[in-house]
Ligand binder design. Structure first.
Ligand code: SF4
Ligand code: SF4
Length: 438
């Protein structure tokens, strides 16, 4: 069954009004930043600096070993060493500790002498050397998508931002509209694509007006509205909505590469100014913060430092009865038990919610979770498989295809944390497969 014909998409209460009309607040980096040596699940890094080294904003600190991705310093100052700290993944992970000298000395990560005359391979190399990754939350290395760009016709820029509360892409696109189009053009060059589409959600007339105006300078780039439904920002749903075509594994099969809007902006700044990803716009929102707003901060800044700068919590989120904090949005974000973890390059939001003391009811076997799953899985059966630790059944139910979109929990009338159970089942299968292959 196609995603287009499936029920799988719902309109959520966006709650975007909390932040979307406030300007982005630039917050000065703290005295110490902690750059995580983590990218998605990967933690294999070669570190190029040692204790006592002087670094600038833009100094290359480390490189991922198994898949080349450099990471850069977000402040100037002195390397103090490497330390294990709590990470958003809820694990202790290695972080490079840098004492900020607040001098903001900068070095360029790359030097491009004539940005408007770059070849396809030069743009590809720039994407790679800048350490460009999916800034919409995936953290996936961008250059991989451009390694074999055969028969790519269209670059699809994903500015949909379909989760409630999140407005960081929205505000970044408005502020950096020129860089958005410029970066999109570089991405087209990297794939030798003829055209690009910038997709945003409907009912954003302010942004759409700006996109239409800017597109007059770029005849090959088309702004497009898509329905306000969740999970429209999921690559598969977005591609099928825009192109009315399905693909098996990758959008490239139908001639499309998808990148997040903030990734396109970062590429323009990287090529034009030599800036790697050292800072980013993050939405701090939810009903648990005094002043929900978007902030621009250095990668490696602790979350509690930022919360304090924007006015603090309404109530203590760590009081079990009062609230909780999520790294990400309310649908796909991961709840984290403390706020000492730092902003990482692909962190688009921190959401603080008051806890609702709702007790889950027994499963009604209503099938709503199955009807609404955008990946066409059977969450209710997966839950049963997980309860029985039945790996064989879980494999048969293809739990590995779950994208942890949060829809099954959202839709469940019994208020069961279905997504958590499915995510657990997914890990169980991954672990079993790892053991089998070891
Ligand atoms: S979290 Fe997974 S199982 Fe649940 S609706 Fe989303 S894709 Fe389907
Ligand atoms: S939506 Fe909730 S109650 Fe209905 S079948 Fe799924 S888990 Fe059970």
């Amino acid at each position: 069954m196609s995603i287009l014909s499936g029920k799988g998409k719902v309109k959520l209460n966006g709650q975007k009004g909390l932040t979307k009309d406030k300007p982005i607040l630039s917050i000065e980096a703290p005295d110490v930043v902690y750059i995580p040596l983590v990218l998605g699940m990967a933690t294999d890094f070669d570190v190029h600096v040692k204790e006592g080294d002087h670094v600038c904003i833009g100094t290359k600190l480390a490189t991922r070993k198994s898949m080349y991705v450099p990471i850069y310093s977000s402040v100037s100052g002195t390397v103090k060493g490497i330390e294990k700290r709590m990470h958003v993944s809820k694990r202790l992970q290695q972080h490079i500790v840098i004492e900020n000298d607040h001098k903001d000395e900068r070095v360029k990560a790359i030097e491009v002498s004539n940005p408007d005359d770059m070849s396809q391979s030069e743009v590809f190399e720039a994407i790679k050397e800048l350490g460009l990754i999916g800034l919409g939350g995936s953290g996936f290395p961008t250059y991989i998508k451009y390694s074999h760009p055969e028969n790519i016709d269209t670059i699809l820029i994903n500015g949909v931002e379909c989760e409630p509360f999140l407005t960081s892409d929205h505000l970044a696109m408005k502020r950096d509209i020129k860089a958005l189009f410029d970066g999109t053009q570089f991405l087209m060059k990297a794939a030798d694509a003829k055209k690009a589409i910038i997709a945003i959600k409907e009912h954003k007339p302010d942004l759409m007006e700006m996109l239409v105006e800017e597109a007059k300078n770029y005849p090959s780039i088309e702004p497009k509205e898509v329905p306000d439904r969740y999970p429209m920002g999921w690559e598969r749903v977005l591609v099928e909505t825009v192109f009315k075509k399905e693909y098996d594994k990758l959008p490239a099969e139908i001639g499309v590469i998808v990148n997040n809007s903030s990734t396109a902006i970062a590429l323009s700044k990287g090529i034009r100014n030599g800036e790697p990803i050292t800072h980013r716009v993050v939405t701090f929102s939810g009903n648990g913060v005094v002043n929900p707003q978007n902030v621009e901060v250095a990668v490696g800044t602790p979350v509690n430092y930022i919360i304090e700068k924007i006015g603090g919590y309404i109530e203590d989120p760590y009081d079990e009865t009062e609230g909780f904090l999520l790294g990400g949005g309310p649908m796909m974000g991961k709840s984290v038990m403390n706020d000492t973890f730092v902003i990482y390059p692909y962190c688009n939001a921190i959401t603080v919610l008051k806890k609702e003391n709702i007790k889950p009811l027994p499963c009604l076997k209503c099938g709503e979770c199955t009807l609404h799953c955008p990946a066409h899985l059977q969450p209710v059966r997966i839950m049963q498989g997980e309860k029985g630790a039945n790996v064989e059944l879980l494999e048969k139910l293809e739990v590995d295809r779950c994208v942890e979109c949060g829809m099954c929990t959202y839709i469940c009338p019994s208020k069961i944390e279905v997504t958590d159970m499915v995510a657990k089942a997914k890990r169980r299968v991954q672990l079993a497969q790892k053991r089998k292959n070891a």
